[in-house]
Design a binder for this molecule. Sequence first.
Ligand code: NI
Length: 178
Amino acid sequence: MAILKVANLGNPILRIPAEPVKNIQAPEIQRLIDDMIETMREYHGVGLAAPQVHRSLQIVTIEAEPEPDESTTPSAPTILINPRIVSANERLEEDWEGCLSVPNLRGKVPRHTDIEVQAHDRRGKLLSFPATDFFARVIQHECDHLVGTVFLDRMKSLETLTFLEEYGRYWARHEDEE
Ligand code: NI
């Protein structure tokens, strides 16, 4: 396993749509998934998308604990390959987000509170599950990376954009980096 270099905002790879993964079982894809998990943990991220580690592929890893009552939801770390958000409720809720590719910044981002997700797991099995609240937020954030969107694009206004130090001083609750 290896810790991968994270692409920062401005790197064009963060702005192009990622390719679907065709051969999930391929050793190089399995190795990439392992490396993404290690990289996400090294930098204390709750999620990571392959374009963030310079691979334009539809793979995301998520460390956030899914809702405990959702037995259909894969347990952490959640690996989603070629994920699709197939439905989302009307309701949007604003909360803080950060991103390993946008270091030292936080901002409030509106996200759907309930979504339905389809994806393959790392063995190629098709998953279909609901996600709510924080877990739904992380999935939306990571799926955005697969279409070249970052959380800044989703902010209603840049008024809440905050450096990490000021976030800690004035706004901190319990959120982690995504
Ligand atoms: Ni991100």
